[in-house]
Design a protein around this ligand. Structure first.
Ligand code: IMP
Length: 211
């Protein structure tokens, strides 16, 4: 079930040629940073905004995940001139016509994860159609050029919250092929198949493939 990263030696030599050993992930979400570090392993060091003392807020005013990822990235790059990555992620539920989508982070009107999940579960009620996907849009700025990588994982929404691991909507999302929610599965399993893992995998494959 776990997807493979590019081979160690190909990845290592490509990364050494193309990227610095440290890469800024323009986020303050400690969960995202921890997952990204686990996904990329020892290939390079991921630094969050707090690690580099960056204090400006990164706005998210777009109508799509794609727009928001680029907005965060561009705000950071304009202020620092550094190579970086930024992401925007969301949960798209089929019977809710793709909601919460770009409104995932504050669907209940707050950032409180339990309130957000409660709103989703209330809106879905006993709907028999419970299919959904998590999506991550990962934007990268490298030497003045922008690149976009999208990852997704499909699954179903539970009828109640289950599990204590992870963050955000993990307690109500069961990835295809499993019976436990992301909050019940180990971080290793989540990080082998999540939307974020798939976006980072594409990013790292790109690093290997470009001349
Ligand atoms: P943003 O990408 O920082 O705007 O966050 C979007 C929101 O999506 C987060 O606040 C979480 O509620 C949710 N989210 C993003 N990734 C995950 C995940 O891996 N599991 C559960 N919820 C997530």
């Amino acid at each position: 079930m776990a997807n493979e990263l590019p081979s160690e030696s190909r990845l290592q030599s490509s990364l050494e040629m193309k990227m610095p050993h440290e890469l800024v992930f323009a986020t303050r979400n400690a969960h995202k940073i921890e997952e990204a570090r686990s996904i990329v392993g020892s290939h390079f060091t991921i630094l969050g905004l707090d690690d580099i003392g960056f204090t400006l807020e990164l706005p998210e005013t777009g109508n799509t995940l794609h727009d928001n990822a680029l907005e965060k990235l561009r705000t950071f790059v304009k202020a620092t001139g550094r190579n970086a990555i930024a992401d925007d992620s969301g949960l798209e539920i089929d019977c809710l016509n793709g909601r919460p989508g770009v409104h995932t982070a504050h669907y209940s009107g707050s950032r409180d994860a339990r309130l957000n999940m409660s709103r989703v579960l209330d809106e879905m009620g006993e709907s028999a159609i419970r299919t959904a996907r998590f999506v991550t849009v990962l934007a990268c700025s490298f030497q003045g050029q922008e690149f976009i990588f999208e990852g997704q994982v499909r699954g179903v929404i539970t009828h109640e919250m289950r599990g204590n691991d992870g963050f955000g909507y993990d307690p109500i999302f069961i990835p295809d092929g499993y019976e436990q929610t992301f909050a019940e599965l180990s971080p290793q399993v989540k990080n082998s198949l999540s939307h974020r893992a798939n976006a980072f995998r594409k990013f790292m494959e790109w690093l290997v493939s470009v001349d």
